[in-house]
Design a protein around this ligand. Sequence first.
Ligand code: NAG
Ligand code: NAG
Ligand code: NAG
Ligand code: NAG
Ligand code: NAG
Ligand code: NAG
Ligand code: NAG
Ligand code: NAG
Ligand code: NAG
Length: 745
Amino acid sequence: MEVSLFWIFFCLARAVLCFESYQSNIPNGNNVPHPCKPGSMWPGVGHKLAVGGKNRNYFGKDFESTGKMWTQTLCRKDSDGDGKTNGEELGDPNCIWSQGQLPEISKNITHPGVCEPWNHPRCQQQWKWLESECNKKEFVCDAISETGVQNMTVQFPESKIPPRETTYICVIFDLPQDNDYHLIATKPLIDNTNIVHHAVLFGCEDDVELEPIPTVCDMVPNPRCREILSTWTVGFSGDCVHNHTGFRIGINGYKRAALQFHWNNPALHSTYTDNSGLILYFTDDLRTHDAGILTVGANYLNIPPGVERTTYVSYCPAQCTDMFINDKVYIASANNHMHYLGVSQRIEQYRNGSRLQDITSETMYNYDNPKTFRYDKPIELFPGDTIKTTYVELEPIQTVCDMVPNPRCREMLSTWTVGFNGDCVHNHTGFRIGINGYKRAALQFHWNNPALHSTYTDNSGLILYFTDDLRTHDAGILTVGANYLNIPPGVERTTYVSYCPAQCTDMFINDKVYIASANNHMHYLGVSQRIEQYRNGSRLQDITSETMYNYDNPKTFRYDKPIELFPGDTIKTTCTYNSLSKNTTTYFGDSTTDEMCFGFITYFPKQNLNISLCTSWKSIPMCVIRSGQSYNGCYLQEFLKFSEARFMWLFNAVMEFCDKQCSTQCLEVVEEIETLPCLIGEFREYVKHFMEGSPQFREFFKIFENCLKIVESNNLSTGVYQNNDVSVLYILLIFFHAVLCFICN
Ligand SMILES: *[C@@H]1O[C@H](CO)[C@@H](O)[C@H](O)[C@H]1NC(C)=O
Ligand SMILES: *[C@@H]1O[C@H](CO)[C@@H](O)[C@H](O)[C@H]1NC(C)=O
Ligand SMILES: *[C@@H]1O[C@H](CO)[C@@H](O)[C@H](O)[C@H]1NC(C)=O
Ligand SMILES: *[C@@H]1O[C@H](CO)[C@@H](O)[C@H](O)[C@H]1NC(C)=O
Ligand SMILES: *[C@@H]1O[C@H](CO)[C@@H](O)[C@H](O)[C@H]1NC(C)=O
Ligand SMILES: *[C@@H]1O[C@H](CO)[C@@H](O)[C@H](O)[C@H]1NC(C)=O
Ligand SMILES: *[C@@H]1O[C@H](CO)[C@@H](O)[C@H](O)[C@H]1NC(C)=O
Ligand SMILES: *[C@@H]1O[C@H](CO)[C@@H](O)[C@H](O)[C@H]1NC(C)=O
Ligand SMILES: *[C@@H]1O[C@H](CO)[C@@H](O)[C@H](O)[C@H]1NC(C)=O
């Protein structure tokens, strides 16, 4: 035994040494990806195991027969028989590489010794030996072969995988609704094992919108599909729910679900496709108990930047479990959920002050490797138990970040781009830092590595010059632009215009200010942006203008002779996007897949201008709204408190009179609502957008807008709805309101 172990170690050690020295005998020898483990490498290129070993693969055998040299013959041969020559696979398509040179191509390297895609039928002869690398365990779940168990396959149509490192792709679909069922198991159908990294099945609210076509989505497929029913990750063969229970679907359970796949394509292949899916097993022979999902954790997080460990603890305390747990429940399984900063999470159970056990515990949390904690012997949870959730979120000194390093670090103080030799602030002004200014800053570098070199390192930096001999004026940054974007997919030019209007500059500019510099800011769909200054109705000049905007080539517009900006001036921002590359609507937001339309204007003296944001939501200037003033007759800020009695009556009246059909009373109410300035045009859209999370308001707007269509299509001249004497109605409303309140109380 000891002898054989010794031999294994000996061989492994030898193999490692071998392939490391031979790697340099072939082009890109240290850069060959694993064909079925996204993101990992196959350093032992000539071997049947990624780590090397004594068995050689087809390429390894050919390599040996050429004397372990890269020859024309070896280069032109297709050792693994997948239709690409070894040279093409290793980035030397013209067979011109020799040892020590840079290969012609170092992107899209594929394995010369593994027929790819590895699971294609034409590659079957390698399946046996490839099993240990790309193994497929059989799914064992006795329940799925019980009588009465039905199945449903949700399979993505053959979809092109974007040449992007990370893509989340989702469908939202109907579950069977003809009966009462328990969902008892799921089994993955993974098509492109090169790319598919994990899958999650979420339960949705009943009336969430269906999304039958696979759509690029975020980590959560939809805010209304949050409850995790099942997870799959590389190496799993399927998910078998505890045999006492099932997730109720159908008539009395989830009616819709979302399926999310994570495609991981670090080599940015552009020809991959995938049609993976998931088989759902369910039965109408209901199990003893329905499974439910309880969400615990924190509603508030505030993670400072640049800190290695920030820990949040939150409780579902005894007072709560006492109140909502009627009788003992059993915990069958549990999942942690954080996003990319999360490093560890633990959920613990306490009873009467003492810790009983962990419900989950992950010390190496990884969003992309979801883990389900399953309990064959379920954990008992009693009324009065406490559930404690602890998260550790990590932001090391240097973190891979998004385009905006942090939503709370937005204001650009300085930019550098290739070709610049430094940034010299206008000599009348400076950015105040220290006691009375910025105390923290974020420095972002963009590393551009299209050749996907894996050996490069960097320790670039920035020298900041500052003085306590303060300049005449403090510099400030004013952000202008749009708070709302809705860019339809597949359109070459979508233009958004937004204003910081005279009403705003009048209010917040006390005295003349000088613009020293300005930056445009959009994300990757942005093609052109211009910020213009208007006074008394006529255009004065451009503050910025870029007809070839490029996020990765930031441009600062500097004015040695500063631009004067007066109270009453208007600043107009125009952004144009090209969405031909997108299949889904792009909205305003922070993440790279969202868009922005901001301008950052550096001005001085800071004390003459006392806000930092003058943006608009469609045409509604947020500055007016935030100041509590009215715009086109609407006091939006006040309105959004929904404390106005007239609105509340009308709201209740819509729910009361318009429920089944648009009765005559209903139409009168609708017309009455149309006279509220905050429910007209873009204000109505804003209120709708603002209240999207509230089911009552969604219902209200649905009913209201439905009946509004009837009002608008009926010619009022017919006289039917002309009775504008609403006082009787009001009395009725007050009556109903009173009845409703009586019932509620
Ligand atoms: C799904 O159900 C059908 C019909 O009962 C059965 O023939 C099929 O084998 C099942 N599929 C799977 C993957 O279990
Ligand atoms: C559940 O499975 C266990 C074994 O895993 C078995 O002993 C038990 O009888 C099963 N219970 C039901 C309700 O099927
Ligand atoms: C490699 O992939 C990139 C990104 O998908 C693509 O643009 C490029 O044409 C590919 N190169 C080769 C040589 O296939
Ligand atoms: C906690 O302790 C009290 C007093 O000893 C006991 O009555 C109660 O049942 C305990 N609670 C639980 C959930 O065990
Ligand atoms: C700023 O620089 C200009 C020349 O670029 C110079 O004329 C002026 O005096 C300087 N002003 C201050 C306050 O240093
Ligand atoms: C901004 O300036 C206006 C006009 O001078 C003033 O009414 C307002 O109070 C100021 N706001 C702040 C936050 O200083
Ligand atoms: C705009 O015009 C009015 C009337 O001519 C003038 O009083 C005002 O100063 C002008 N505004 C600016 C910012 O020049
Ligand atoms: C976008 O949708 C169209 C039609 O639905 C489809 O043909 C195309 O492949 C999709 N493109 C991407 C990148 O998903
Ligand atoms: C309303 O009446 C006008 C004039 O009588 C007519 O042209 C129009 O089509 C009518 N509209 C609807 C929606 O019935």
